[in-house]
Design a protein around this ligand. Structure first.
Ligand SMILES: NC(=O)c1ccc[n+]([C@@H]2O[C@H](COP(=O)([O-])OP(=O)(O)OC[C@H]3O[C@@H](n4cnc5c(N)ncnc54)[C@H](OP(=O)(O)O)[C@@H]3O)[C@@H](O)[C@H]2O)c1
Length: 330
């Protein structure tokens, strides 16, 4: 099975994540998680310096897969499949603005990469991203030069940036050397349909586009059972009905299948980043990305049926911090 348009999000490892305060997997479960990603032959695992112990847990699981016998789970051991490509991110360069000393910024980028290599127990990184669009311009744009140098030296395969808005995307696509962008995109997010966004993307066909938050952290796959960022809106029940009706009309297997089919139906989206806490969620996403994506006609039907979501909903990075809750089941 190859899931060349699926990347598994690893923010769910090594830290409590999401509105539901779900318990992160125990370290010994991460071996199964990684084996499921290898078995599905996914295009990558998406982690970050800023995701708590995520990189360290992946690194420990990779080392375990190389040295120990495969867990008796039926999954293919990771080394048999070849290591799953890693996407990781430089720690957010929040303390540096455009006027910061370039040497200081360079030191911070290199120190973050070194920490990632150590935690992930690897000598090279397939894709290295800046965590925020603003970091491209820190210290007179020194991160761009450093990332180009790291690629030339063979420490990274390509570099890119994680961003949150069409304006940030258009700005990033102006930067030579950029090879990858990650952005939020889902059934309720209409911001990326603007002609200027499509033109900017069309001018850089070599840049890989990975879309995150297709499930809107679970809201789009079960709107009534999930915690919303704030009180659940009065029209959540109507959204649930519309989603279910649309899924039935378009012959999708589930709301997850609808959410992934919609995102992957966009010609400019190369891959979807699905956050997963368990091996079962990885296997489910891998099965669903094998289904045909929505056609242009079906996408137009979805847009006619579903309301455009407000800006503060469609990008989880804009959500207020989740309240402290005891861990939930599941
Ligand atoms: N660069 C950035 O600024 C940034 C920001 C956010 C995320 N990301 C990356 O993008 C990834 C994905 O984004 P995301 O986590 O925000 O959103 P997402 O992929 O839309 O949602 C992930 C959540 O969906 C639920 N889910 C997954 N499979 C499921 C299944 N089979 N059945 C039911 N529920 C299922 C899980 O919720 P439960 O955990 O409740 O089971 C999971 O945590 C992250 O892991 C991270 O790698 C990057």
């Amino acid at each position: 099975m190859s899931s060349e348009r699926l990347i598994i999000g690893a923010a769910q490892l090594g830290q409590p994540y999401g509105r539901g305060a779900r318990r992160p997997p125990e370290p010994d479960e991460v071996g199964r998680w990684l084996a499921a990603a290898a078995t599905a032959d996914v295009a990558g695992i998406d982690t970050a310096r800023a995701y708590g112990d995520s990189e360290a847990m992946i690194g420990a699981a990779r080392a375990g897969a190389e040295s120990g016998p495969a867990a008796a789970t039926g999954e293919r051991p990771t080394e048999a499949a070849g290591p799953v490509p890693i996407v990781t991110k430089i720690r957010p360069l929040t303390e540096f603005d455009a006027g910061a000393a370039p040497q200081e910024v360079e030191r911070a980028v290199r120190a973050s990469l070194l920490a990632s290599l150590t935690a992930l127990r690897t000598a090279t990184i397939d894709t290295l991203l800046l965590h925020r669009a603003g970091d491209l311009r820190a210290g007179s744009g020194r991160p761009i030069t450093v990332l180009d140098d790291l690629r030339r030296d063979g420490l990274i395969g390509r570099w890119g940036v994680s961003l949150g808005s069409p304006a940030e995307l258009i700005d990033a696509l102006d930067v030579p050397g950029l090879g990858y962008v990650q952005l939020p995109y889902n059934l309720l997010d209409r911001r990326w349909c603007a002609p200027e966004v499509e033109a900017a993307l069309a001018a850089r066909p070599e840049v890989m586009v990975a879309a995150r938050s297709a499930y809107l952290q679970g809201i789009l796959v079960d709107p009534l059972a999930r915690h919303w960022p704030g009180p659940r809106p009065a029209d959540a029940a109507e959204l649930a009905e519309r989603l279910s009706g649309l899924g039935r009309e378009l012959g999708r297997q589930s709301l997850r299948d609808l959410a992934l089919g919609y995102v992957l139906g966009q010609a400019w989206v190369d891959a979807v980043v699905v956050g997963a806490r368990s091996a079962e969620q990885i296997a489910d996403a891998a099965r669903l990305v094998g289904n045909p994506p929505l056609t242009a006609t079906e996408i137009a039907r979805a847009r006619a049926e579903l309301p455009a979501g407000p800006l503060d909903l469609v990008d989880p990075a804009r959500w207020p911090p989740a309240p402290d809750r005891p861990f939930e089941k599941g």
